[in-house]
Design a binder for this molecule. Sequence first.
Ligand code: ZN
Ligand code: ZN
Length: 297
Amino acid sequence: MERSERRAAVLTVLTPVVAVLFAGWHFWGHGLSMLDVILGVIMYSITMLGITVGYHRLFTHRSFQCVTPIRMALCIAGSMAAQGPVLFWTACHRRHHQCSDAVGDPHSPHLHGAGAKGVFVGCLHAHVGWMFYHKPENYIRRVPDLIRDRKLMALNRYYPWLVAAGVVLPGLVALAITRQWYAAGTAMLWAGGVRLFLAHHTTWSINSICHLFGDSPYATGDQSRNNGVCAVLTFGEGWHNNHHAFPTSARHGLQWWQVDASYWLIRAMSAVGLAWDVRLPSAAQLESRTVVGSAEA
Ligand SMILES: [Zn+2]
Ligand SMILES: [Zn+2]
C-alpha cells in the first residue's frame, strides 16, 4: 500500500472522529440549533443516497441507467460522503462480491481466526481496519466501464475538492440564512464533520455487522445477512443477504416490509423518465435462491 493511500485512510477515518469530539465539547456549553439538525439530516440523506444509489447500485452493479446529469449528481453526492473516489469504491466493492468472505475479499470479518477474539478482530478489520491494509486495485480490469466515462474520471480526480465542498456547503447555506459566521461554523461542524462520522459508520456497518448479525433467507455461499436496523440507517443497504443473492437488483428490500429508501428514489426517477433499465429479480430467480424453510419463502 502506498504511503499516500495510508495517509488518506488515516485522514478519512480520524478527521470526523476529531469533529465529533469537538462537537461534543461544544454541545456541552452551546447546545445544538434546529438549523444544524435540519442541515445535518439533509446532508446525511444526500450523501448517503450518493453512495447507495450512485456509487453502489448505479456505478458498481449497473442495476439501472439514468440521464447524464443525474449520473454526475450521484457521483458528486457520493464523493461528498468521503468514502473514497468513485473508482476506488467501485473496484473495491466489485472485488468484495467476487470473493465474498473468502481470500481476496478486502473487508470480510471472517478471515481472522476463531473464537470471540477472531470475531472481534474480524469485525474491526471489516469496519475500518481494511482501509489501512488495502492492496492497490487494478482499475483497468475491475472498472473498465467507468474509466471510459471521461466526465466521471474528471469527478474522480476532483474527489478531495468534492469532500471539502460537502463540508463547506452547509456552512454557506447557514450563512445565507442567518448572516452569521458563527452559524456557518456550527453548520460545518454538525452537517459537515459529525454527518461524515455518522454516514461513515452506518455505511461501514454493512461490511462488518451485515456479514455477522442477521438473517440469511437466501443461499449465497457467503456470510451476508439482512439486518433491519442497518437497513433503515443506510436507506436499504442493510438487506445485504438479499443483495448478495441478487447483486444486480436495483431493489434490495425484496419483501414489502423491507424499507429501501434508495429503491424508492430509483423508482421515482424511473416514473418520470430520468432512469430506465431498472433491474429486478424474476419470481423464478427469487424462488431458486430461497433457503428451504425460510420465513420469507
Ligand atoms: Zn457484502
Ligand atoms: Zn454490492
